[in-house]
Design a protein around this ligand. Sequence first.
Ligand SMILES: [Zn+2]
Length: 437
Amino acid sequence: MRLWFIPLIYSLLSSPVWAWSDHASLLWPLVRTQPELLSPSLEVESLDAFLQAEASGLAELLNSHEAMSRATLSHYASRPEGLAFSADADDLRDAFLRAIRVNPELAYPLYRQSTVEDPAVPPLKAQRFDDLSFLDGGVSHDSIVYIALESGEHVAPAHVLASGSDEPDFGMDIGLFADNDTEFGAGYGFGDQPFGNPNLEYSSQAPFHMGFYHLDWVTRKAQPDLLRTYPEWRVSLFRALSRFAFETGHDYWGWRFAGWGLHYIGDLTQPYHAHPLPGVGTMKGIWTVLRGKTVDAIQLVSNRHGVLESYQYQRVQKALEEKSWDNIILAAVARGEPVPEFNERTVRDELTKESVDAGKDLDLALVVDMPPRYVSDPAFEWNGSGEEAAIVVTVASDRGEIAIETLDAVIAEQMLRFSRFAQAWINDAKQAWSADS
Ligand SMILES: [Zn+2]
């Protein structure tokens, strides 16, 4: 069985791992209709000010969260004792970022992403992805305009939440493993990167943005490294931080941490982020190995993953630019029902289970309605093919307008799941917010 996975481990993540690109824009149709989230009720506060005000409470909170994680999360990588947050640290910010084990080299500045409903951003306040991240923004991020914020000004929860929900793709989870050749990764306690090629820029965030919680027993036995994924822990940690910030009256950070947690929830609604090979059952996998077709199968899954994200991004972007709020995909984002109650088991027991279950049909739909070269030709490499931007035109000319209709409906189905779990998370944050304001 190892034969099946060795190439997988290296090729699965040789490409950018965004899941849904531009989480902030994707969330907008859902939050734009919730009036309590739209008024500029939050006073912007720097991370340093928050940490200085609440250092001792935070130390306690992080210690109890660590104890809880060790006791309840399977395959959790314990935080080394030396990284425990201390209110006496000389550099509170650095100590905090290392205690929560994110990339400590990012600035975590005050900003928000502009939306299609914002007036033009004044040039002096406008920022680009380059100002916020060391990563290459690519098709989805280079065109976004961000707005610099200052301490003391007021901002709406919807903007803080939406912007925060894209932030984990800015490099927060890059370089955290021992073999990532970073000084902090060497001491974070996550061990060597469990899968993905450690030499590629984006791949080291994958084990934090993909959660393989429902692998069959053969895969678990054959490839236990696939069990070392951490989005469930990230969600739980950022939920605890969000609640703490609300409780202590730092509502801006309450919503920003809620945004960070929401990122991982969004990623996990994407079936290719909840299972390494959606649509490939255990028996089919074994048969594929026996026929010597392993590398081909992995290339196809990798291409389908990329094609799905590019198509979804293009369709969402076009609908947003046209402000077509009744477009089938945007309407699905705005209207997921029924909304579950969020708790500490939701990610594992409900969200990722539903995503895994949706994988097979989704994979099949891509095979039927996408151009065969994109999804059924193992000699083709989607990533870097340069075809991302024109994917919708190609689908229409290759498969006809009817394929666009079908694919939009398939994407909308995924968006309903995104919407239900995002709203569950938002309701949970609203509760914590109103309990303390
Ligand atoms: Zn992500």
